[in-house]
Design a binder for this molecule. Structure first.
Ligand code: ATP
Ligand code: MG
Length: 454
């Protein structure tokens, strides 16, 4: 006779017959890898199974993959228990939850701070569906998935130094050049919008006290200092304290592009905080540490930087995995490239080394604000492009961002509210979705994602 958990008469039979006698062994969990009636703080779980054997078990961001199983009375409607399961998974950082009343079996997967139904069948079908259930939460599957999804071994250098790095982890890109006005902010906001349009979860961080990214992402919705709602919570607050002001608390939703993206704003007052933050030496690594807490929340973080070699540029460059250097390829910008290269070699990579971080990976110089005259594009531009690797030993990206009116215009949009004009800047994808600049930024997003392996 096929096993039919629908015949379980009460919660304790659902626990013993369906979970203990059938599901746990079928899924490969041996008695030493699951626990019944587990109390973690104020939470009481019916069952907690581990893909890897750990005694005593630890639940934290690095905990082995695990599954929570909750049994309910056959008369209970599972919908009324979803919220509680979500609370368990998100607060304990457990990846999967199985919820059953014997009549129905559901599996939920934790996303960043929500859960999603990934499997559902009736109790009657459990034997027919056991392969599918095993492929989701079986012990071996979770172990392999963990290894396959999360880790890749990267060879760093000829001395075979190895670093194990999570393959699917959040990638951080700094956009930096010490020359001003070359298109850094324009690149940050429109590249962020382009990557967001591809379905990636994006966080933008403004580390420049000019706060141009903060403006360009539409967070400056006031026209009078009295209404300034940024000065009390911006990037300074993240850098100032170890525990207070997490990324999630300081980030704001920005609808300058669709879908929305999260932005950590900056403020003109940031400039004045440089000395204070410089004195707190550990302020340099606070952004690194606080970003680790949101690793599961974002795929890509893009950091805008000031046109200087100050503390904030330094923080961006020690925090990022990758660097893009926007440049108009003109003589001053080119000469600035030497500064950037030396600064990275002498200061940034030395410091990264002391933190056991890989050297900053330069994705390339990005030609920006490039004139569109056909003669120039045909004859001069290829020479300028070739000069970057030849003269400065730096890679150059294939994409070119040309000088186009729409890229400046999209920042000048305003919204009329009563007799007030409120700034309402847009990404180029909202302002001119079929224009050449939108195409160029889309190409840039594809090139960048391909180069960083996402
Ligand atoms: N490709 C482009 N086409 C037209 N205008 C552009 C382009 N790129 C940037 N601009 C304009 O040039 C000015 C400087 O650009 P942006 O603010 O992006 O440079 P930046 O490198 O961030 O400057 P800063 O060093 O001051 O932070 C802005 O007014 C911007 O609108
Ligand atoms: Mg800028």
């Amino acid at each position: 006779m096929p096993f039919n958990p629908e015949l379980c008469r009460n919660e304790s039979e659902v626990e013993s017959k369906l979970i203990v006698q059938y599901l746990l062994p079928q899924l490969g969990y041996t008695p030493d890898t699951w626990h019944q009636e587990v109390a973690v703080g104020s939470i009481r779980l019916d069952f907690l199974a581990f893909a890897a054997q750990v005694i005593p078990f630890v639940l934290d961001t690095n905990s082995p993959l695990s599954v929570v199983m909750e049994a309910k009375h056959p008369k209970q409607n599972l919908n009324t228990h979803i919220r509680r399961l979500k609370h368990y998974l998100t607060s304990l950082n457990v990846k999967y939850g199985l919820l059953t009343n014997g009549k129905e079996i559901r599996i939920y997967e934790k996303l960043s701070d929500d859960i999603q139904l990934v499997f559902q069948c009736s109790g009657k079908e459990v034997e027919k569906q056991i392969e599918k259930i095993t492929s989701l939460i079986g012990r071996d599957t979770l172990k392999n998935k963990h290894l396959k999804d999360k880790f890749v071994i990267q060879v760093i250098d000829n001395n075979s130094n190895l670093e194990i790095k999570r393959q699917d982890s959040m990638k951080i890109i700094a956009i930096y050049h010490n020359k001003g006005g070359v298109g850094k902010t324009t690149t940050v906001v429109n590249l962020a919008a382009a990557i967001r349009k591809k379905g990636k979860r994006v966080l933008v961080i403004d580390l420049d006290s000019q706060a141009n990214t903060t403006f360009a992402t539409g967070l400056v919705k006031f026209d009078d200092e009295v209404s300034d709602n940024i000065k009390d919570s911006y990037i300074y607050h993240i850098l100032r304290s170890v525990e207070l002001d997490t990324i999630s608390e300081v980030a704001r939703k920005s609808s300058f592009t669709n879908p929305e993206i999260d932005v950590i704003p900056s403020h003109i007052k940031l400039m004045k905080t440089e000395r204070e933050l410089n004195e707190l030496r550990s302020s340099q690594i606070r952004l690194i540490n606080k970003l680790k807490q949101v690793e599961d929340k974002y795929d890509i973080v893009i950091i805008d930087t000031p046109p200087s070699l100050n503390l904030f540029a330094f923080i961006a460059l020690i925090t990022a995995d990758y660097l893009i250097i926007p440049s108009d390829l003109k003589p001053f910008a080119n000469q600035g490239l030497t500064n950037v290269k030396e600064y990275i070699k002498d200061e940034v990579n030395q410091y990264r080394n002391s933190l056991n971080k890989l050297p900053l990976k330069i994705l390339g110089v990005l030609p920006c604000k490039i004139a569109t005259f056909p003669k120039f594009v045909q004859h001069t531009l290829p020479r300028q492009i070739a000069a970057i690797p030849q003269r400065y030993g730096l890679p150059i990206l294939d994409t070119v961002i040309y000088q186009r009116e729409e890229l400046a215009k999209c920042l000048e949009q305003v919204q009329q509210i009563g007799d007030m004009e409120i700034p309402d800047p847009r990404s180029v994808f909202e302002y001119k979705p079929h224009g050449d600049s939108a195409k160029e930024f889309e190409l840039l997003a594809m090139e960048v994602l391909q180069k960083i392996g996402i």
